[in-house]
Design a binder for this molecule. Structure first.
Ligand code: ADP
Length: 369
């Protein structure tokens, strides 16, 4: 039996035709670097995310073929979204330039960002969007968190978007609570493993921004991918943002991350609209007392230090979590609650700043300690 090697695997893969009928999957450049360890073989097939669904079958077929090669104990084939989508025309620079000119019909785009995951960025983004809506604005939400799209779940939206033209080149946004929504989560199955490389994130988002038939919109809330890596930086730079909102928990660690988030926007000259402290305090439903679990107030102090607006604090509350997780966000489903009022207040504050155009002032000086 020949020793297991990349060449041996490639020789087998060359017998599998490429999906467009031209050559095989190796000559078509679909196969990534092949990793072999203790008889386990792993590699990726690079696909256009728009075709990810139909490529799942191919991935399963390829995985089966490889697992039957002598000496292979286990094969794992994942889909990645590294290739540029076919429909996006022209070089990247052109795409970026066209995006910078704005999205037709959309007045303001704001990014909701955090320096790290798990601080409640998506929960804040959806409730803020619903706050804008409750304040009488026309609102859209773009789920740019391609690594973990959560808007389908938070909005409780199931199903796939419909095409909005005959050739199927554009799609309609989904709609719930009177808010238009687009998410990569509507297009790719949750169970489909997708590995996103930096440039691909921007291409996918360009498609979501450009190829969705957004209606007239006062404010589009963009739920950013968490963190401050290259993909996030490019997104902040190439999306025509009016401003960014940073969500942080009061813990020191999260604040250091939040500062990195701030710095990212400052670097690319996007005005920071302010900081929201999430999970700020907890009111015990047994004793009615306010508990400051994470040492409340850190974000307010931090905002002061950086001369940034402090937009408000949102308590840690079971109702907020349960309603989010059930696809019934609190601002829509419990509009009379004090928490809904907090989100509406923050939304009003942000809108006033957007409309007053106070956003061009010099960015704050950010010091990373
Ligand atoms: P991120 O987008 O930063 O990863 P999520 O919005 O997904 O964070 O929130 C992470 C978890 O915390 C979710 O289960 C969410 O319901 C919960 N959560 C977010 N904000 C609050 C809050 N203010 N009170 C209670 N739970 C919250």
């Amino acid at each position: 039996m020949p020793a297991l090697s990349q060449d041996l695997i490639l020789a087998e893969l060359k017998h599998i035709a490429a999906p467009d009928g031209r050559g095989n999957i190796v000559s078509a450049g679909l196969v990534s670097e092949i990793a072999i360890q203790d008889g386990e073989v792993m590699f990726a097939l690079n696909v256009n995310p728009a075709h990810a669904k139909s490529m799942e079958q191919l991935a399963a077929f390829v995985q089966d073929r490889v697992s039957k090669i002598d000496g292979v104990k286990k094969a794992r084939v994942v889909l990645t979204a590294e290739r540029a989508p076919e429909r996006t025309p022209g070089p990247k620079q052109q795409q970026a330039a066209s995006l910078r000119n704005g999205i037709p019909g959309v007045k303001h785009l704001i990014a909701v960002a955090s320096g790290k995951g798990g601080v409640g960025k998506s929960t804040t983004a959806i409730n803020l969007a619903l706050g804008f809506k409750a304040n009488g604005l026309r609102v859209a939400v773009l789920d740019a968190d391609v690594y973990g799209p959560s808007m389908p779940k938070l909005f409780g939206i199931h199903g796939k978007p419909e095409a909005s033209d005959e050739e199927g080149k554009r799609m309609k946004p989904m709609n719930r609570f009177g808010v238009e929504v687009a998410s990569i989560g509507f297009l790719v199955d949750e169970a489909t493993p997708m590995i996103w490389r930096g440039p691909m994130v921007m291409s996918a988002l360009t498609q979501l921004l450009r190829e969705v038939s957004w209606g007239e919109t006062d404010v589009m809330v963009i739920d950013m991918p968490p963190g401050t890596g290259d993909a996030q930086l490019t997104l902040a730079q190439q999306t025509p943002l009016s401003g960014a909102v940073i969500v942080s928990t009061p813990q020191d660690l999260a604040l250091i991350d939040a500062r990195k988030g701030l710095n990212m926007f400052v670097k690319v000259n996007v005005p920071v609209l302010g900081i929201i402290e999430n999970m700020s305090y907890f009111i015990c439903d047994q004793c009615g007392k306010r508990h400051e679990i994470f040492g409340h107030g850190g974000a307010r102090k931090e905002a002061e230090k950086l001369s940034l607006p402090f937009l408000g604090e949102i308590p840690l509350d079971l109702e907020i979590r349960e309603r989010s997780d059930a696809g019934e966000p609190i601002v829509a489903s419990l509009p009379d609650s004090p928490h809904a009022a907090v989100y509406r207040g923050i939304a009003a504050n942000i809108w006033a700043r957007l409309e007053a155009g106070q956003l061009t002032k010099a960015p704050p000086r950010i010091v990373i300690e």
